[in-house]
Design a protein around this ligand. Sequence first.
Ligand code: FES
Ligand SMILES: [Fe+2]
Length: 450
Amino acid sequence: MSSSTNTNGDFQSSKWTKEGINGLIDNDRGTLDPRIYVDKDLYELELKNIFGRSWNFLAHETQIPNPGDFFQNYIGEDAVLVVRQADGSVSGFLNMCRHRGMKICRTDCGNAKTFTCSYHGWSYDRAGNLINVPMKKEAYRNEIKLEDWGPPKLEKVESYKGLIFGTWDPNAPSLTSYLGPMTFYLDHYLDRSGEGTRALGGVHKWVIPSNWKMAAEQFCDDMYHVDYSHASAMIAQLPEGADPSMASFPKDGNQFGCAEGHACSFWSSPFSNAGSGPAAMEFIMGPEREEALQRLGKVRVAEIAGMNSTVFPNFSLLGAGAFTIRTWHPKGPDETEIWSMIIVNASAPDGVVQALRKNIIRTFSPSGTFEQDDTENWAEMQRVFRGTKAQSTSLNSGMGLGHARQDERFPGTINFGYAEEGARLFYRRWKEMLTAPTWRDMSATLKEVS
Ligand code: FES
Ligand SMILES: [Fe+2]
């Protein structure tokens, strides 16, 4: 019995037609239909056609360095166990026992030789193969074929500079093809040092009452909210006696989007680490910046001093030198479980790492000041969209419409910092992945799967 998953896009069983879905987002007029945040059928399609086919973030390499190290994550609502193998490769499989469906492993992370289900004791090896069932002779009369009853395995697992991704889809393009021009921007986070990056211990997890796309979309490109939603938090973090007008977001930014649906906005002042204190800033503006300049060049270090971004569909990064990564796990159309971790440059001294870590937790974490502002907005919007009148009233997504440009310094489609280009391209890809039967039917990554 094959463990592979049928990953062809399918919306035949849905109430939605392709035309209906295409009508939800109108990038020519700059409008967006609020039903994308509340409709249960759309949500089911997202789980199947988007999360079931995309490359999804699984873990940072440094979280599972040794054979047998494992980390549990989710793809859509499916629990996935990610395990380092003896040969150094990484495997992933559905964390569901094929007997009655209990989780095979109930621990978040650790090291194991085998995984034994806590219900009746079926055992699986590190690659997810069923290797033992209790009382095989007495209960199953030796008639069960163990090789038929392993959980579905991820078809592909690949890394990009420390970040491990996986997909259920055997026909998905390579990870680098899927990321497309986003790799240029990811290097800003991941390739600043010859020593790479490392994940600091622990994952913050918490639940917010809003749709996962509100967060993913904001991290694409929303610099517009910062001076309003975060005004009081920014003023509170100013040094004593400073002019409150200093608490203003840089106005020099740009934003990037691409057909693959990834997006980011970036600015040229080292704004995001300013609250880390003088020692951390000395490192960031000194040796860290020097090495990054050597490796990445002036554009990606001076023009991109800070950045927020989303890798389609639900993986976001924010910061510079030290940064937060977060996965916006969907838990129904009106609930998201946020998983956030801190990643630092592996060459950063311990004292600097601690200062950066505290600054990130102070701003972006369950107790983070900026995080509270953001999630308050999203939760209130979700409540607004319960109304039937609200659901039939379109929203404006037209900022910067008609001003997209090419810029030889930056790959992809570029717009001014205050625009919604990234979100428009994110939603264009969202429509495409919901409705395209195969990768060949999508506008990007076509050549890689021909
Ligand atoms: S559910 Fe896992 S052994 Fe029964
Ligand atoms: Fe924000």
